[in-house]
Design a protein around this ligand. Sequence first.
Ligand code: 5GP
Length: 135
Amino acid sequence: QQATPSDDTIFSKILRKEIPCKFIYEDEQCVAFHDVNPQAPIHFLVIPRKPIRMLSEVDETDKLIKNWCNLVLNCKLPSFQLLGHLMLVANIVAKDLRLEKGYRLVVNNGVHGAQSVYHLHIHILGGRQMNWPPG
Ligand code: 5GP
């Protein structure tokens, strides 16, 4: 699949508020919301506002959209900081949702990763015992 900054996804529509979605966290860099098809008692997603398609394209995406993103959106963090920020936000929201017994972070990347929405997102699953290794 070709990576283009103009790729539109359901998450872009959510970010533009074209699809109703209640954010459980938001800041200048990212938003979090509950997954519409939860795989655990608590299942939320953290997504960057920046339209990064997938983790493995982070560097390439950065080059493609850097200037556009800085001009149009208020998202000026370099990728390594943005990725760290997403994980820290996952932890903040998990604490708010009282997942003190633990939780799991998942990033599905590409076809073999079973990624279905090509806008980078972290799944956070909790509220039940997870198993390892996953299927
Ligand atoms: P992926 O398979 O790409 O890793 O995960 C995409 C996730 O987005 C899935 O868990 C799916 O349930 C969730 N999802 C897809 N469309 C929507 C939507 O419109 N609203 C919400 N809240 N979640 C969605």
